[in-house]
Design a protein around this ligand. Structure first.
Ligand code: SAM
Length: 290
């Protein structure tokens, strides 16, 4: 195995040699603990059969570990100052491609097509925290061909992904994750494992995309539309959220009728509904608005 990029001394050296400055707005907290990096790759179950998409390689600490196990790694990095650094730190690997792009504007389907002939890939990342929700929602809602997603996120966001009805953190992200995946909290990672240290604890979570949904709504666009509507103003009743933001072209009375026909109290809030409840509501509303 080549010298690790991720040791605190080597990371510091790379940063200083290249006159690199951390950018807070890009969520740049680099991992400096080799054991954690190995464990992330273990949790992702990366093998030589796999094509991996990494979001935000930084100076290449996780990329290096992934490249030593995977068939190929495509790493998408927004910060152009990191591109010449990555060219040096990852020079010994011929199975890595670095793209200087914003992941939120990247054609992920084209990468999957080109690198893995449309077979499912694995996504592995120490995510910049400001894009956690949009990137996870993009992968899931657009049903990208992804086998699993193993990501470092803020501990609180990992908890949100696993929250259920009645939990304070329960919301649209919890529902999307649990609708499409089995979620497993792999480990909690303290701030001391990063350079610079973030203010809060982090967690690694693996989302295994289910081949078949446990609960299926007939119209998934409708399902996620009403979920977003219900949590957009979570202190309001579900009826008011649907009436004010639903754009469903139904009167308040008609909406109330749908809710009561499903056994819900008219004053219920979205946060009390399970995924199964949302799927039933979505099916009933689809039928009513057809
Ligand atoms: N993977 C490295 C590690 O573990 O040490 C760096 C992780 S750091 C938390 C997040 C990385 O994502 C940074 O390199 C940052 O520049 C990059 N990044 C931030 N926003 C991005 C975006 N929209 N698209 C692609 N990369 C992004």
């Amino acid at each position: 195995m080549a010298e690790r990029i991720s040791t605190p001394s080597r990371t510091k050296e790379i940063i200083e040699e290249n006159g690199f400055y951390f950018k807070k707005n890009f969520g740049q907290n680099f991992l400096i603990d080799s054991n954690i990096l190995d464990r992330i790759a273990d949790c992702a179950g990366v093998t030589s059969e796999d094509c991996v998409l990494e979001v935000g390689p930084g100076i290449g600490s996780l990329t290096q570990v992934l490249a030593e196990r995977a068939g190929s790694v495509t790493a998408v990095e927004i910060d152009s100052n990191l591109i010449p650094i990555l060219a040096k730190t990852l020079a010994d690997y011929d199975n890595i491609e670095v793209l200087n792009q914003d992941i939120l504007k990247t054609d992920i389907d084209a990468i999957i097509h080109e690198k893995n002939q449309d077979r499912p890939i694995k996504v592995v990342a120490n995510l910049p925290y400001y894009i956690t929700t949009p990137i996870i929602m993009d992968l899931l809602e657009n049903e990208r061909k992804v086998d699993s997603i193993t990501v470092m996120v803020q501990k609180e966001v990992a908890e949100r992904m696993q929250a259920g009805p009645g939990d304070k953190e329960y919301g649209a992200l919890s529902i999307a994750v649990q609708y499409y995946c089995d979620a497993h909290l792999d480990m909690i990672v303290p701030p001391s494992c990063f350079m610079p240290r973030p203010k809060v604890a982090s967690a690694v979570i693996t989302l295994k995309v289910l081949p078949q949904r446990k609960v299926a709504a007939k119209d998934e666009k409708m399902l996620f539309h009403i979920v977003k509507c219900a949590f957009g103003q979570r202190r309001k009743t579900l009826l008011n959220c649907l009436y004010n933001q639903g754009g469903l072209n139904l009167s308040k009375e008609e909406l109330a009728e749908v809710l009561t026909s499903l056994g819900f109290d008219e004053r219920i809030r979205g946060e009390a509904l399970s995924i199964e409840d949302f799927a039933r509501l979505s099916d009933a509303l689809s039928q009513k608005t057809q």
